[in-house]
Design a protein around this ligand. Structure first.
Ligand SMILES: [Zn+2]
Length: 219
């Protein structure tokens, strides 16, 4: 698959220490994507690279620790929607919230921080989850891509079943031809992968693998 450098963007979702196997919200095999991600970032085939960074205040509503009597991974209802309660993770200014130190972030033109509203979660790089008024406020990323002439989005990162999925679904909804590089993602709960795959395909997202990309075409 040949990448059109004038129309494509690489979107790197939440590749942060807290989502690595030793992190506060460990994703099994999260570190296994790093070599492939580095290969793509340095290949030269994506002149435009963007990243998202999960970035929560300590009193964030998604933390189980902020709900009396709740345990991590319990689900509660929040503003009429299910909300998974997470262990504290990606707290602003902590090392776990950094962009992963082993990747060449100097290549990222834009970094979108998300989840900074204490009252609502933010899985997608494009829009927060619902706020108390039932809205999903934009991060501005879709407008950024449009102004840069982007039509094709290539998404990878963590976690496959939450932030990658929501980002890719919103990308498709915003009108971008959106592809998820499946083997450069990992799930919080791999037992749900079949469902994730079918929901992404139903949203119009194409699932590809690293080997499908022509990385020799770059400078
Ligand atoms: Zn988070």
């Amino acid at each position: 698959m040949r990448i059109d450098p004038d129309r494509a963007a690489l979107l790197l979702v939440d590749i942060q220490p807290d989502f690595m196997p030793q992190g506060n919200l460990a994703v099994a095999g999260g570190d296994r994507i790093l070599d492939g991600v580095r290969r793509i970032m340095t290949s030269g085939v994506f002149p435009l690279q963007a990243a998202t960074q999960d970035w929560h205040p300590p009193d964030h509503v998604s933390f189980a620790s902020n709900h009396e009597g709740r345990e991590p991974l319990e689900v509660m209802e929040l503003y009429g929607h299910p909300q998974v309660l997470w262990p504290d993770h990606c707290v602003q200014g902590t090392p776990g919230a950094d962009l992963h130190p082993d990747l060449p972030w100097e290549r990222a033109a834009v970094i979108v921080r998300k989840g900074d509203d204490p009252a609502s979660d933010s899985y997608s790089g494009f829009r927060n989850n619902w706020n108390p008024r039932g809205e999903r406020p934009s991060t501005g990323l879709a407008g950024y891509f449009r102004e840069r002439g982007v039509e094709d989005l290539y998404v990878c990162g963590l976690a496959r079943d939450y932030c990658v999925k929501w980002t890719a679904e919103d990308g498709a909804r915003e009108g971008f031809r959106t592809r998820v590089i499946w083997d450069l993602t990992r799930s919080v709960d791999p037992s749900g992968d079949d469902q994730v795959r079918s929901e992404l395909e139903a949203a119009g997202v194409e699932l590809i693998h690293l080997e499908d990309l022509d990385l020799e075409g770059g400078a």
